[in-house]
Design a protein around this ligand. Structure first.
Ligand SMILES: [Zn+2]
Length: 431
């Protein structure tokens, strides 16, 4: 800690070695009076040093006085230049600030105007400022604190962010926060640029898929409107003036499976929204009338990032009721059906990753539970299978056995090859 009497002497030593602007000098003593601007602290110290030089002059100690005046003139202190000139001293000069090179701080208003123009169409109530300041500048600022044993200083980046935050709060009446700001403003102190990042908005809801051939998320090379995510994007991206959306579903169903009943819970992440508020019931109506017969959404409400994790966990905990139409060589007898329905009560099955998804999923064995099953003949070639399976079960593979990768399978239990024809999700339980 710099002792009170030493502040002037330490400052004189610093300035005689490094030319510093008022702000970069004042920053070294910021913690002594946090309410006062560093520029004012620096200027006051220089002014006290100037008064000291004048009193030394009055005592006839011209050499020491001129030295101090030269040091002050070097760091841009105007009055000492005038005094040196009046004393007839010629060989003094001014240097740019050793730390900031006089580059960073004179431009705070410029930064503000730049930000204002970039953010004019972005809705926000809270913000956070971050900045890029070259490492070399930060290193020089730190090295002065170390060299002169100063523990009352502020970090240059902290100061830059603080000044800009205060300026923005004052001019826009928006609130600066450290946690979950609506927008993060990244200022580049050298390029004089501002990048605006708006935090995603999250909307919880449920979807029903009424037509097959619709995937849950968009697939590369496929029409986005053949996915629930793409359909949601077409309504939510313009409504929130967003860059894009990302769908987080509580589990998933296959592209050719319907999703009926009360629907599958999801969280829609709205990426880089310029608007943060929208009438969700209006969006629900827009979606449902636009995609009538294809997909439906409901139960919409705003939620937060934590719900994305929750929804992923729900995917594992829930169970789903499926209805399948299955092609069969020979219709099983009533006795056979009764026997199988009895076996499949909380039946644990082992599933190796299905052949059809093996290219994108790790090959491993998963234990899943089939809670119950109901089998009935439709005609001489087809049966209807309704069953409840734990979230994450590969239901098609439970039907046909996937060449022995799912054990036991319904084909195995009925002792006849089976081929599924259609699949619907009737209900999702336990969300
Ligand atoms: Zn400076």
């Amino acid at each position: 800690m710099v002792k009170s009497l030493e502040i002037l002497e330490v400052s004189r030593l610093i300035l005689s070695k490094y030319s510093l602007c008022d702000r970069c000098l004042g920053r070294q003593f910021h913690l002594l009076n946090e309410k006062t601007d560093n520029e004012e602290i620096g200027h006051s110290i220089k002014f006290c040093l100037y008064l000291k030089a004048i009193s030394l002059l009055n005592e006839g100690k011209r050499k020491v006085a001129v030295n101090i005046l030269r040091t002050l003139a070097k760091s841009g202190f105007k009055q000492s230049k005038v005094t040196l000139e009046s004393l007839g001293v010629k060989n003094f000069y001014e240097e740019k600030c050793y730390v900031c090179n006089n580059l960073i701080f004179p431009n705070l208003d410029t930064f503000f105007r730049l930000m204002e123009s970039q953010i004019s169409d972005v809705e926000f109530n809270t913000f956070q400022v971050t900045s890029f300041i070259p490492k070399e500048i930060i290193r020089k600022d730190d090295s002065i604190k170390i060299e002169f044993g100063i523990s009352t200083g502020e970090n240059i980046k902290t100061e830059f962010n603080r000044l800009l935050s205060n300026l923005i709060e004052e001019k826009t009446k928006k609130k600066h926060v450290m946690i979950s700001p609506d927008v993060t403003l990244l200022f580049d102190s050298i390029k004089k640029s501002v990048a605006v990042y708006s935090r995603p908005v999250y909307v919880y809801g449920k979807y029903r898929k009424l037509s097959s051939g619709i995937s849950q998320t968009r697939k590369v090379g496929k029409d986005p409107l053949t996915s629930v995510e793409g359909l949601l994007a077409s309504v939510f991206v313009p409504a929130f003036k967003a860059k894009d959306v990302k769908l987080h579903g509580a589990g998933r169903e296959d592209v050719d499976a319907l999703m009926l009943g009360s629907g599958r819970p999801f969280v829609l992440e709205i990426i880089e929204p310029k608007k943060r508020i929208a009438n969700l019931s209006f969006l629900e109506d827009t979606f449902n009338s636009s995609f009538n017969g294809i997909a439906e959404i409901g139960s919409l409400r705003f939620c937060n990032r934590k719900d994305v994790v929750k929804i992923k966990m729900i995917g594992e905990k829930i169970s789903k009721v499926y209805r399948l139409k299955v092609e069969v060589d020979k219709i099983p007898s009533k006795e056979e059906i009764a026997k199988v329905e009895k076996i499949v009560q909380n039946l644990v099955i082992s599933q190796r990753t299905p052949t059809r998804v093996l290219w994108r999923r790790t090959d491993k064995v998963r234990k899943k539970i089939i809670k119950w099953i109901k089998i009935s003949a439709i005609n001489e070639k087809e049966i209807e299978v309704v069953l409840e399976a734990q979230g994450g079960t590969y239901v098609k593979e439970f039907i046909d056995g996937d060449n022995g990768r799912t054990k036991p399978s319904l084909a195995e239990l009925l002792n006849t090859p089976l081929k599924w024809k259609s699949l619907e999700v009737l209900e999702i339980k336990g969300e």
